[in-house]
Design a protein around this ligand. Structure first.
Ligand code: UD1
Ligand code: CA
Length: 460
C-alpha cells in the first residue's frame, strides 16, 4: 500500500456565502468547516497534510480551532483562486515522490475518517479512486459521466453540462486519490476553457481514463458524509445534519435526548449513562455530565462538569463551573467561571455565583449574588443576599463558615468572614466580621411615630 499525503483545499472565494469571512471559517457545531475536514484527514494517518489557503485569517482560525495533532499542517499559498486544479497544483511539488495524494475540499464538514478511509485500500500506483454519491439533490455538483459499459469516463461540472448530463444523479463528492506522479502531469495539462474560466481538478478524471488508468468509483451512501457548504442555506443544512449526528452519538451512549433536533453539541461532550437532556440545551467546549444527571430545557453549559445525579433546571447558564453530585441548580441560575457547587447544594432562581466555592448541602435559593466567596457546608443564604466584593479598585473575598445562616437582604462588604454557626439578621449590611455562633444584626432600629399626620391627601 502506498503512503498517503492529503491536500485540503481552502483557498476559494466562497462568493456564494456573501461574507467578509472566508467560507471555510464559517462554523458548524461550533467549529470552522475546515477544522472538521482536517480532523477527518488526520484520521487517515497520512504522512503529511497540506492545506492550500490564501487568506491569513484561515490559517490563524484553523490553528486556534484545532488541537495539536499529527501530522503537523503544511501551509501552501494559492495566490489567486484560479480553480480547484490550480489549487492542487500549488501543493503537489511539496508531496514526496512515490506517494498517493488524497484531495479533500475544505467545505465538506461532514466528511469523517470512516468515509475517507474507503479510499485507502484502493490507493495504488495505477489507479484513480473517486468518491461518488447518488442523490436527488445534485444541484451544483459535478456529474459523473459513465460509458455504455458503465465505466467512468469523466466528470462534467454543472455549468458545463448538457441538459442530459444535468439529469445524471451520480455526483462527484470532490474527494479523490491518485498517485502523485501522474497527478502532477495531469494537473499541469489542465486548461481553463470552460464556463467558469477555471482550472478544474475534475478534468483529471477524463485524462486518467484516456491514459488507460483504472478509475475506481467508490460510492458513499450517507449524504452527511459528503455534502458541501457553498451558501448559508447549505451551512444551516450542514449544521442540522451535524446536530443529528452528535445527538445520536449521545443517545447511543445511553443518554436520553428529548428531541434530537433541539439540542446543540458544539464541543467535546462526555455524558454518562442515564443522563437526560431536555430541549433547547446548548453544550459548548468541554462538558462532562455524570450518570443520571438531568439538564433542563434551554440551559447552556460551557466548559462545565455536572456530577452524578445533579439537576440543572431550565434556563441556566453554567460556564467554567463544576456542579457536584446531587446538587440542584436553577431554574434561571448563572454559574460563572471558577464556581464549584458542592454535593447536594442548591442554587436557586436568579442566583449568580462567580469564582466561589459553595460547600456541600448549602443553599442560596433566591435572588442572590455570591462572588469571590468561600462558603462552608450547610450554610443557608437568604433571598437577596449580596457579597459586595468590589470596592471600585480591587476584588475582595468573603468567607462564610459551616452552618452559618444569612438572613434575607443581607450585604456582606468584603473582605469579611461570617463565623461558624453565626446568624446574620435580615437586612443587615455587615462591614466587619460576624463572630461564630452569635446573632449579628446591623441595621437601624425600626421606630413608629404615633399621632403622626400625613401633610398631603392621597397616596393611599
Ligand atoms: C467542486 C467540484 C464539483 C464537486 C463539488 C463537491 C470542481 C471544479 N468542482 O465544486 O465537481 O461536485 O466540489 O463539493 O472541483 N478552492 C481553492 N482554490 C480555488 C477554488 C476552490 O482552494 O481556486 C477550494 C474552495 O475553498 C473549496 C473547494 O476548493 O473548499 C471547492 O471549491 P468550490 O468552489 O466550493 O467547488 P464547487 O463548485 O462546490
Ligand atoms: Ca463546494
Amino acid at each position: 500500500m502506498m503512503e498517503l499525503e492529503v491536500v485540503v483545499l481552502a483557498a476559494g472565494d466562497g462568493t456564494r456565502m456573501r461574507s467578509a469571512r472566508s467560507k471555510v471559517l464559517h462554523e458548524v457545531a461550533g467549529r470552522p468547516l475546515l477544522a472538521w475536514v482536517v480532523e477527518a484527514a488526520r484520521g487517515l494517518e497520512p504522512a503529511a497534510i497540506h492545506v492550500v489557503y490564501r487568506d491569513e485569517a484561515v490559517r490563524r482560525g484553523l490553528e486556534s480551532a484545532l488541537e495539536a495533532g499529527a501530522p503537523p499542517l503544511r501551509w501552501v499559498v494559492q495566490p489567486r483562486p484560479l480553480g480547484t486544479g490550480h489549487a492542487v497544483a500549488q501543493a503537489l511539488p511539496r508531496v514526496s515522490d512515490g506517494r498517493a495524494v488524497v484531495v479533500v475540499y475544505g467545505d465538506v464538514p461532514g466528511v469523517d475518517s470512516g468515509s475517507l478511509r474507503r479510499i485507502r485500500p484502493n490507493a495504488d500506483p495505477a489507479r484513480l479512486v473517486l468518491l461518488t454519491a447518488r442523490t436527488e439533490y445534485s444541484d451544483g455538483y459535478g456529474r459523473v459521466r459513465r460509458g455504455p459499459d458503465g465505466r467512468v469516463l469523466g466528470i462534467v461540472e454543472e455549468r458545463d453540462a448538457s441538459p442530459a448530463e444535468r439529469a445524471i444523479r451520480e455526483v462527484n463528492t470532490g474527494i479523490l486519490a491518485a498517485p502523485v506522479g501522474p497527478l502532477r502531469r495531469w494537473v499541469a495539462a489542465l486548461s481553463a476553457g470552460n464556463a467558469q474560466g477555471e482550472y478544474y481538478l475534475t478534468d483529471v478524471v477524463a485524462m486518467a481514463v484516456e491514459e488507460g488508468f483504472v478509475v475506481e468509483p467508490v460510492e458513499l451512501s450517507n449524504p452527511d458524509d459528503w455534502m458541501g457548504v457553498n451558501d448559508r442555506v447549505e451551512l444551516e443544512a450542514a449544521e442540522s445534519r451535524m446536530r443529528r449526528r452528535r445527538a445520536e452519538e449521545l443517545m447511543r451512549g445511553g443518554v436520553t435526548v428529548r428531541d434530537a433536533s433541539r439540542i446543540d453539541v458544539r464541543g467535546a461532550v462526555e455524558a454518562a449513562q442515564d443522563v437526560t437532556i431536555d430541549v433547547g440545551v446548548v453544550l459548548e467546549g468541554r462538558v462532562r455530565i455524570g450518570r443520571g444527571a438531568v439538564i433542563g430545557p434551554y440551559s447552556v453549559l460551557r466548559d462545565a462538569e455536572i456530577g452524578e445525579g445533579a439537576t440543572v433546571r431550565s434556563h441556566c447558564v453554567v460556564e467554567g463551573a463544576r456542579v457536584a453530585a446531587g446538587a440542584t441548580v436553577g431554574p434561571f441560575a448563572r454559574l460563572r467561571p471558577g464556581t464549584d457547587v458542592g454535593e447536594d447544594a442548591r442554587i436557586g432562581n436568579f442566583v449568580e455565583v462567580k469564582a466561589s466555592r459553595i460547600g456541600a448541602g448549602s443553599k442560596a435559593s433566591h435572588l442572590s449574588y455570591v462572588g469571590d466567596a468561600e462558603v462552608g457546608r450547610d450554610v443557608n443564604i437568604g433571598a437577596g443576599t449580596i457579597t459586595c466584593n468590589y470596592d471600585g479598585q480591587a476584588k475582595h473575598r468573603t468567607t462564610i463558615e459551616d452552618g452559618a445562616s444569612i438572613g434575607s437582604g443581607v450585604e456582606l462588604v468584603a473582605p469579611i468572614t461570617v463565623g461558624k454557626g453565626a446568624t446574620v439578621g435580615a437586612g443587615s449590611t455587615l462591614t466587619r466580621d460576624a463572630p461564630a455562633g452569635q446573632l449579628t444584626v446591623a441595621r437601624s432600629r425600626q421606630t413608629s411615630i404615633a399621632r403622626w399626620k400625613r401633610r398631603f391627601r392621597g397616596g393611599g
